[in-house]
Design a protein around this ligand. Structure first.
Ligand SMILES: [Zn+2]
Ligand SMILES: [Zn+2]
Ligand SMILES: [Zn+2]
Length: 88
């Protein structure tokens, strides 16, 4: 990935979501707005517009810096550490 930080550059193959649901929201019966796929472990989690912001919580607690959009038709990666965005 060009024009991005070292974390995004390290992503060679973008992990795609296996499901279309936030795995943490499902546990607690919460709702989400958009979904992200963690590029370190493949977790599918909700975005910062969602009430519980599971993707950014996961990035901080697990130190997994990069998430991809899991929304159909969107092709971008985001690094939580550097606040960097890159299309692919
Ligand atoms: Zn980064
Ligand atoms: Zn969630
Ligand atoms: Zn992860």
């Amino acid at each position: 990935m060009q024009n991005a930080c070292s974390h995004i550059s390290a992503v060679t193959e973008v992990k795609q979501p296996r499901r279309r649901e936030c795995q943490e929201c499902v546990k607690i019966g919460s709702d989400w707005v958009h979904l992200r796929t963690c590029q370190s472990c493949g977790a599918i989690l909700c975005c910062d517009s969602s009430p519980d912001r599971h993707a950014s919580k996961h990035a901080r607690s697990s130190k997994h810096p990069v998430a991809a959009s899991a929304e159909p038709g969107e092709r971008w990666l985001y690094c939580f550490v550097d606040d960097a965005l890159a299309e692919y």
